[in-house]
Write a protein that binds this ligand. Structure first.
Ligand SMILES: [Zn+2]
Length: 377
């Protein structure tokens, strides 16, 4: 999260800045939903995909849940509308904690289950001391500039290159408690607490599967949306790039899909992503996101847009290209073979012409021969 955690908006002055944990911090959150039956499928797919994908989702989740999700989504869209108030400047720390929980519960209801204890400290220096202790309790390592690692030590948060920015609070998974700097503005503290309470309520596999960037982007996006749903101006500034990426993913796979993946576990995102993209791509997506591979993410977005806008032939070319774009496995060639089985004879020359030039990009001769055989069949 090197880049993201340092992104702050200097042009505009937000009403309050959200929390920003430094890189390396983990949430250690607990699952909030106990069974897949509580999950709702995505209802807010983009118009071009909604009809097609509603069928795919119905296959996964059943008609009743789809209808319920569609109704709920329509209600949510009507709720937010203009005239937002600034976040209140409450003088009492306990009132700020209660306000953050109230904001989250109004937005996310029963998904908010963990009401973590909040420890207020009197300075950022004291906050960093607590952070160092949390990192040591969790057995975290400090990465030196030469990429070597050693156990985290007291004082490290002050010299970590990605922690030089403002540091308003953090969630400590080792104790299940939140720490916050009481020296920050009272409105900023509400924004920080809202963000940190979300970490405390996230599904255990969200961060571990999708990595720090998607986790922070989604946490901050959910915090911003909670403020809007409560009629307050959303905090903005930190994690801007990650928030934007998660916004695009929400447009592709549905706001509800992303929300339930965050609170209930990533299975719903896996099913939806694979259905929408027409290929089993979730595992690769997750792997590249854990590495924070922004180049791969850009290609992922582009392929999706091509698939959405293009003809049947364009979609198949895009799907095959996406499988060939990075390191190619035998499973990728299995997928290509499956896609090719769905190609009708008059489409074959067009797709063959688009893919053939890429055969030489495969370093493995066996894979080259296999791809040539697939495209020749
Ligand atoms: Zn965070």
């Amino acid at each position: 999260m090197a880049k993201e955690s340092q992104v702050k908006s200097s042009e505009k002055t937000p009403p309050a800045k959200p929390a920003a944990e430094p890189a390396g911090m983990e949430t250690g959150a607990r699952p909030s939903l106990t069974s897949a039956g509580q999950l709702m499928p995505p209802a807010d797919l983009p118009p071009g995909l909604r009809q097609k994908q509603a069928q795919a989702v119905q296959g996964v989740a059943g008609n009743q849940t789809v209808l319920r999700a569609l109704a709920k989504d329509a209600i949510q869209r009507q709720e937010s509308g203009g005239d937002e108030q600034p976040i209140p400047k409450l003088p009492d720390p306990e009132a700020r904690r209660a306000k953050a929980l109230e904001i989250l519960k109004k937005a996310y209801g029963g998904l908010i289950k963990q009401e973590s204890k909040v420890n207020g400290v009197n300075s950022e220096a004291e906050l960093r001391q607590n952070y160092d202790q949390s990192m040591m309790r969790q057995g975290k390592v400090f990465r030196e500039s030469d990429d070597s690692t050693r156990p985290w030590q007291a004082g490290d948060s002050s010299q970590h290159p990605q922690m030089s920015g403002e540091f308003p609070g953090f969630y400590d998974p080792s104790s299940g408690q939140i720490y916050i700097d009481l020296g920050k503005g009272p409105d900023q503290q509400v924004a920080t607490l809202t963000h940190e309470f979300l970490h405390a309520n996230a599904a255990g596999d969200f961060l571990s599967t999708l990595g720090k960037t998607i986790d922070e982007g989604m946490t901050e996006r959910l915090a911003q949306q909670a403020f809007v749903k409560n009629g307050y101006s959303p905090p903005s500034g930190f994690f801007a790039g990650a928030v934007a990426s998660v916004g695009r993913l929400s447009g592709m796979f549905g706001e509800n899909t992303m929300m339930y993946a965050y609170f209930g576990g990533t299975a719903v995102l896996r099913s939806t992503m694979d259905a929408v993209m027409g290929e089993a791509i979730f595992d690769r997506f997750a792997r590249e996101m854990r590495r924070n591979n922004q180049g791969w993410l850009a290609i992922f977005f582009r392929r999706y847009e091509q698939a959405l806008q293009g003809s049947e032939v364009d979609k198949k070319i895009a799907a095959i290209n996406s499988l060939l774009d990075w390191w190619v496995s035998d499973a990728d060639l299995d997928h290509i073979e499956n896609i090719w089985r769905g190609v009708v004879p008059d489409q074959k020359p067009h797709i063959r012409a688009a893919i053939m030039p890429r055969i030489t990009s495969l370093s493995d001769h066996g894979q080259r021969a296999r791809l040539r055989a697939i495209l020749g069949s």
